[in-house]
Write a protein that binds this ligand. Structure first.
Ligand code: F0G
Length: 459
């Protein structure tokens, strides 16, 4: 008999988590104005709000932290990190930053100007924010198929090459670079194929443009290339990673995801002019060039994390857990963005809460119901997150309305996934009786999801 699959690690340290009662959760949810960002972590049983900075470090990472070099300038920890990134990506120039959005801020301060257009697959919120904040446009050229949650495609995060070429034809002068987010978080943690990366590179060369990867989950992307593209089945993750980055001029990185550290990020590039242009902003916003907002110990831990998480076994343990949860949801008939992504399950709330009108925010309502059911915290990636149109001030209902269940790396067991699946099933089973959602009583004009105050609409 073939041995079943099991994780490629064992657990050395644990953190107790606490269950609560329905009555407690009802009160806490009300006190938090039905906003899960306002819930305290101790009021949460299983926390799936994000996979960012919430992973469990390995013994090797903790050991590396102990020998972190906290020197202001020229710390050995920086050179460790630089060496690892250079080996992995082939990029010569490295600028550390305190997290991914800081890398965007530093690099875009040099690269993005008023009136520019930055095409790519779906830009992450902070990336979009850093582009729009500079009065430039983030142009989404993701394939249309990504919007149909029930369609199974191996590389649903791809750039639509035709849309990209149209943009390059039309706005050539206004486009400083193309950005590709790997994996495509907004489209459901969906990967981008090597073929697509190559086609983007070819187009960029044709129009003399640069290519930047938003690389938060690059290792998960490489895992999908290895497991879904037969041309790559015999290549190592590190070989695939190198081949991916050979197609880019540089990267911004939120190390809180595939670097498996709690805080950190960086810019890496082969272009001296990007490095020279950006480094002054690093000093201004983040810190001197050999720490850029990171502790020496954290740079050491990141160097080890990047190395570990570009090994197949570690990625397999992770992604199989997402797929495990997906299989459970399939059993119960719960609709989500198919196929399961690399870091999360995105439940298609409008297909679950069919009676809740869009004006009453179905995905947020589902997030609240799941929390009330079992203390599980997910995150709305939908109409509230989409903010209002900056000109008309109307809510934007043209995208998907999803409940994201992001799984932290190496933190929960499959037993926790069983609880998540059953809790969601219990909500799903009573979906016909959920007819009303929430209304906004207070909101910020940008990034309102973090602080929005809501109230439940009574039947
Ligand atoms: N790019 C992508 C694709 C991301 O998913 C994130 C963060 C960032 C950039 C920004 O990085 O948080 O280190 O500043 N995503 C988190 C999430 C917050 O929950 O998906 P950061």
């Amino acid at each position: 008999m073939e041995l079943p699959f099991a994780e490629s690690w064992k657990i050395k340290m644990i953190e107790p988590i606490r269950k609560s009662t329905y009555e407690e959760r009802k009160q806490w949810m009300k006190d938090a104005h039905y906003n899960l960002f306002q819930i305290k972590s101790e009021q949460v049983y299983i926390d799936l709000i994000t996979d960012s900075g919430t992973g469990a470090m390995s013994d090797r990472q903790w050991a590396a932290m102990m020998i972190g070099d906290e020197s202001y300038a020229g710390a050995s920890s920086f050179f460790n990190l630089q060496h690892t990134i250079q080996q992995l990506t082939g990029f010569e120039y490295i600028i550390p930053t305190h997290q991914g959005r800081a890398a965007e801020n530093v690099l875009f301060s040099y690269l993005v100007h008023e009136g520019d257009i930055i095409p790519g697959n779906s830009h992450f919120d902070t990336t979009k924010g850093h582009i729009e904040g500079r009065k430039a446009v983030a142009l989404d050229c993701t394939i249309d198929e990504a919007r149909n949650t029930q369609l199974e495609l191996p590389f649903k995060g791809n750039v639509d090459i035709r849309k990209l070429e149209d943009a390059l034809e039309k706005y050539a002068e206004r486009i400083p670079f193309i950005i590709i987010t790997i994996t495509n978080n907004t489209a459901g943690g969906q990967p981008v194929s090597m073929q697509n990366l190559r086609e983007v590179r070819e187009l960029a060369n044709k129009y003399n443009k640069k290519v930047l990867f938003d690389s938060a989950r690059f290792a998960e992307n490489a895992y999908f290339i290895k497991t879904r593209d037969t041309d790559y089945k015999d290549k190592t993750i590190k070989e695939i990673v190198r081949e991916m980055f050979d197609l880019a001029d540089g990267m911004t990185m939120s190390a809180k995801k595939d670097g498996i550290v709690n805080m950190g990020g960086f810019i890496a590039t082969r272009l001296k002019d990007w490095y020279d242009g950006a480094k002054g902003y690093c000093v201004q916003f983040e810190g001197y060039l050999t720490y850029g907002g990171m502790n020496g110990r954290d740079m050491n831990a990141l160097a080890v994390g990047l190395d570990e998480n570009t090994e197949f076994d570690n990625l397999e343990s992770r992604i199989r857990q997402i797929q495990y949860l997906a299989t459970k949801l399939d059993e119960y008939g719960i609709p989500y963005q198919r196929p399961a992504g690399g870091h999360a399950i995105f439940v298609d709330a409008t297909r679950v809460l069919t009676h809740v009108p869009k004006e009453e925010f179905p995905a947020q309502t589902l997030a609240i119901e799941l929390y009330l059911e079992a203390g599980i915290r997910g995150c709305e990636i939908g109409y509230i997150l989409a903010d209002r149109d900056p000109i008309t001030r109307e809510n934007r209902f043209n995208g998907l309305d999803l409940l994201r269940l992001a799984i932290p790396r190496r933190v929960y067991t499959d037993n926790h996934m069983n609880v998540v699946a059953v809790a969601l099933k219990n909500v799903f089973d009573k979906r016909e009786s959920i007819t009303r959602g929430v209304r906004i009583i207070e909101e910020a004009s940008l990034m309102r999801h973090f602080t929005v105050k809501l109230e439940r609409i009574a039947d």
